[in-house]
Write a protein that binds this ligand. Structure first.
Ligand code: ADP
Ligand code: MG
Length: 679
């Protein structure tokens, strides 16, 4: 087994080199063989007519003039040689390589690599070699190196390793996969990864290892998911379908197709005996709450209680009101937050315990000590990133195993969702209810501020309200951050007295925040200056303007969340980004914001601009580090691998068919799969 042979078994690799290799995490022959280049330098020889100006190119030519040499300064020199290439004379310039004069003679053939100047037909040579280049030199692999290890040592070692062990490299993919996807065999692919013969063979080799890596990753995910599900204690809810359909009929609108699809997925989870572990994603205003309401109602028809848990009191109140309206007495809904105290709280707790209440909406208060549900069947957690594993643990510790649905308005790019939530089911509402007016978005420079403020004034005079968002509170970064307190004072100065300006920031106590939000919701405040604390879920349909100071400081997803605070009523809404971005990426971000209101598209763009590590913070996301695959670039392969893995695991073929035995062994030996702790 190559995985148990130490690298020193490879001829030419001794203890010293083994030590250097260990810095790269390479200990065995297998580790070594699978240490892939991270880049390939292409030195392919192309006809002169195909060379790109200012690009690095490689040319083969015949020396037709004696090198002429000029010195300048003490050590600097410049040698010029005329080469004939395909009957064209070009100039090759060598800086500080005076020895050229002796080395190159008229009639010699030489291969030169360097920067091409199309206009002067001239190449500034960085590297040359007498004679024609071997085709295998055309593609130069570049490896990650550490310590004293050199590229040459590594390549020599690799040659020896492949020579000795290539025949021992076992295929792990079934033959049928190789045929279907036209992938090279593992051993051949490996050879090409290290010593590519040409671009095409290299491309197929990469394709193979990308697919292999992603398939293994997805198989692990699917396996974990299956185990988690089978080990879960859940309830099979006896939902009364006709009642649920009636309820859907009674809604003041028709569900969108996306809502219906998500709902069907949720209901199937409620009915089956496993515990639900599902994430519902949908843009702000896509109708998640409506879906939640039907889901909760379905649980009620099965004689279960339901709970909707949200991060703030304001949100709890808003949801309570909208659910009460939707249910119109068809289920008994209660509100339980930190402000429900004393006798009222005791009474409510008693009602919950006696199942006199069907659905409880609240903050984390609803999973506290004194609240004991009679029969909790379904819990929905809104804005899941604010709640964590902790709340789930509390539920479980209370002996409750309800189905749990997480909802989020933070769109996660499809590619990321597949990877990050591979062991979670995901439903997506990717369609907005009809008739929504998209928020008009403008990007303006800081010097337009007074025009923006006048615009706010005009809208306020028409009865509307505005948010003004500032990035940070107080002068932590004195130089250029507008702080909310300053802006608040400025706006109070600027606007006439009848326009009330409010201030909201993270250093306020939660009851102070709630008080400010209530005033805004009641239109006692017309302009709310705030930090990003208004980001989550707040619904004030009368607000039509969102102004964001220093917009370039926010990520696209965050800007999108903020923009989602407006455009919730019938009136046309506006989002104004005040920004003077210094970088092209910054300007690109502003442009994208003005061009689309689709949260998923924005999150994909964000991912492209920031890269996957940054997007989630790799540690927090638990995303694995891939060797060859790139989750953004290789998303097609990722989707294919995901579908293949899901089918193999769900159909059971993966466990029965002997052609998967090698893959099975690798997956089952994965430490994560082995040691998985069920939550
Ligand atoms: P989310 O929770 O995803 O932000 P909501 O469920 O709060 O979205 O819905 C936003 C608004 O759209 C609410 O006023 C809701 O009544 C309305 N709504 C939801 N679904 C539909 C639909 N299918 N057609 C029309 N309006 C809808
Ligand atoms: Mg909502």
């Amino acid at each position: 087994m190559l995985s148990s042979l130490p690298v020193t078994e490879i001829s030419g690799i001794g203890e010293k080199m083994a030590e250097e290799l260990s810095l790269l995490g390479i200990y065995t022959v297998e580790d070594f063989l699978f240490h892939f280049p991270f880049r390939y330098d292409m030195n392919e020889i192309k006809p002169i007519t195909e060379l790109q100006h200012n690009e690095k190119v490689t040319i083969v030519g015949k020396v037709v003039t004696e090198p002429s040499l000029t010195f300048f300064g003490r050590k600097k020199s410049r040698a010029t040689v005329t080469l004939e290439v395909d009957y064209v004379a070009i100039k090759a310039i060598f800086f500080n390589q005076a020895f050229i004069k002796r080395q190159l003679q008229v009639g010699d053939t030489v291969t030169v690599t360097g920067k091409w100047d199309e206009h002067r037909l001239q190449i500034t040579v960085s590297h040359y070699k007498k004679g024609t280049m071997k085709s295998s030199d055309a593609i130069q692999p570049v490896y990650p190196l550490k310590g004293k290890l050199t590229l040459n040592q590594l390549r020599k070692g690799m040659k020896a390793a492949l020579h000795t062990y290539k025949t021992n490299i076992e295929e792990i993919l079934p033959e049928s996969f190789l045929i279907n996807y036209k992938l090279p065999k593992r051993a051949d692919g490996l050879q090409q990864m290290h010593f590519p013969e040409n671009r095409i063979l290299l491309k197929h080799a990469k394709r193979r290892f990308i697919y292999e890596e992603l398939l293994l990753f997805q198989l692990k995910m699917q396996l974990l998911r299956k185990r988690k599900k089978e080990a879960s204690v859940g309830n099979a809810l006896q939902i009364q379908k006709d009642k649920v359909l009636q309820f859907i009929e009674s809604l003041p609108f028709q569900l969108t197709n996306a809502q219906t699809k998500a709902l069907n997925e949720i209901m199937a989870d409620l009915r089956d005996p496993f515990r639900m572990n599902r994430l519902l994603q949908g843009d702000v205003g896509s109708g998640k709450t409506a879906v939640a309401a039907v889901g909760l109602y379905a649980a009620v028809t099965a004689n279960k209680q339901g709970a909707l848990m949200v991060p703030t009191e304001i949100l709890a109140e808003q949801h309570y009101e909208s659910l009460s309206q939707l249910f119109k007495g068809q289920a008994k809904v209660a509100l339980l937050t930190g402000s429900v105290k004393g006798k009222k709280r005791r009474e409510l707790a008693a009602q919950i315990t006696k199942h006199e209440v069907d659905i409880v909406v609240g903050t984390h208060a609803l999973i506290q000590e004194d609240v004991q549900f009679a029969d909790l069947g379904f819990v929905i957690v809104d804005e899941q990133h604010r709640f964590g594993v902790e709340q789930r643990r509390v539920l479980r510790d209370k002996g409750l195993h309800p189905d749990v649905l997480f909802m989020t308005a933070t769109p996660i790019p499809r590619t990321m969702a597949i990877s990050a939530f591979g062991d979670m089911d995901v439903s997506v509402i990717d369609e907005m209810p009809e008739g929504r007016k998209p928020v008009e978005t403008y990007w303006v420079k800081d010097n337009m501020l007074s025009r923006v403020l006048n615009f706010i004034m005009k809208e306020v005079n028409n009865g509307h309200q505005a948010y003004v968002i500032c990035p940070l509170i107080e002068e932590s970064d004195k130089l250029d951050i507008q702080n909310a307190v300053d802006v608040y004072h400025q706006l109070r100065e600027y606007f006439p007295e009848e326009i009330q300006v409010g201030l909201m920031h993270g250093r306020l106590h939660s009851d102070e925040k709630d008080a400010v939000m209530k005033e805004f919701a009641n239109n006692d405040i017309q302009v709310l200056v705030s930090t990003t604390v208004v980001e989550v879920g707040v619904n004030v349909p009368n607000a039509t303007i969102m102004v964001i100071y220093d917009a370039e400081r926010f990520g696209l997803s965050q800007l999108h969340q903020l923009r989602g605070r407006v455009g919730r009523g019938d009136a046309q809404s506006f989002c104004i980004l005040l920004a003077d971005p210094k970088s092209e990426t910054g300007r690109e971000r502003m442009r994208i914001m003005t061009e689309t209101t689709d949260g998923f598209q924005l999150s994909e763009e964000d991912l492209k601009l920031r890269g996957p590590g940054d997007f989630f913070g790799t540690k927090q996301s638990g995303l694995p580090q891939f060797k060859v695959a790139d989750l953004v670039q290789d998303y097609r392969a990722l989707e294919t691998a995901r579908n293949d893995a899901a089918e193999l695991v769900q159909s059971g073929q993966f466990f029965k068919d002997s052609s998967f035995s090698k893959l099975r062994k690798i997956v089952e030996n994965d430490p994560y799969v082995k040691g998985q702790i069920l939550d």
